[in-house]
Design a protein around this ligand. Structure first.
Ligand code: COA
Length: 141
């Protein structure tokens, strides 16, 4: 006997279209002003993009470019930080992942956009050279 229902199992096992990584901001992740350090935020975004690219290609992937990262609002200690990554374009061997970073206040649930980024990953084979990836359609207008 387990606590989860069949519907919960199905939902948990479904392939996610959006990669979401959720964490709580701890003291060791802060800058000198007491907000989330940009390098840590960048690492969180890169990780989410990595997982999204791996899920899409099911190949070994590496970051090849960070095209744009914007920090639009600070994330404070003790807030939930949720990073979402979506594959928005593919080339022959490359994948573009658009990432958003949202902060959520623990006790109120208020959410605000704190950062965005665009990452490019390349799938590589055993010889460390690029290999083809499945294509995605461009987003519908
Ligand atoms: C990934 C790597 C094998 C690609 O080698 P390469 O000789 O540049 O390969 P190519 O020129 O065939 O390019 C492969 C794809 O990457 C894309 N690409 C290469 N550099 C890029 C960049 N800076 N930004 C965006 N896309 C880039 C190319 O456009 C191409 O895309 P496509 O196949 O979809 O058309 C090589 O650059 C590498 O090993 N980089 C180090 C990756 C790494 O260690 N990352 C961890 C962070 S340090």
């Amino acid at each position: 006997m387990t606590a989860a229902t069949g519907a919960q199992y199905s939902a948990a096992l479904a392939a996610p279209a959006v990669t979401r990584m959720t964490d709580i901001v701890m003291p060791e992740q802060l800058n000198h002003r007491g907000t989330l350090f940009g390098g840590v935020a960048l690492s969180m975004m890169d990780r989410a993009a990595f997982v999204a690219a791996t899920r899409h290609s099911r190949q070994t992937v590496v970051t090849v470019g960070v095209e744009q990262v914007d920090y639009v609002a600070p994330v404070h200690i003790g807030e939930i930080v949720e990073v979402q990554g979506v594959i928005t374009a593919t080339g022959r061997t490359s994948m573009t992942i658009d990432v958003t970073m949202v902060a959520e206040v623990l006790l109120t649930g208020e959410r605000r956009l704190c950062g965005t980024g665009r990452f490019v990953f390349v799938a590589i084979g055993e010889d460390d050279r690029p290999v083809p990836v499945p294509q995605v359609s461009p987003p519908q207008a």
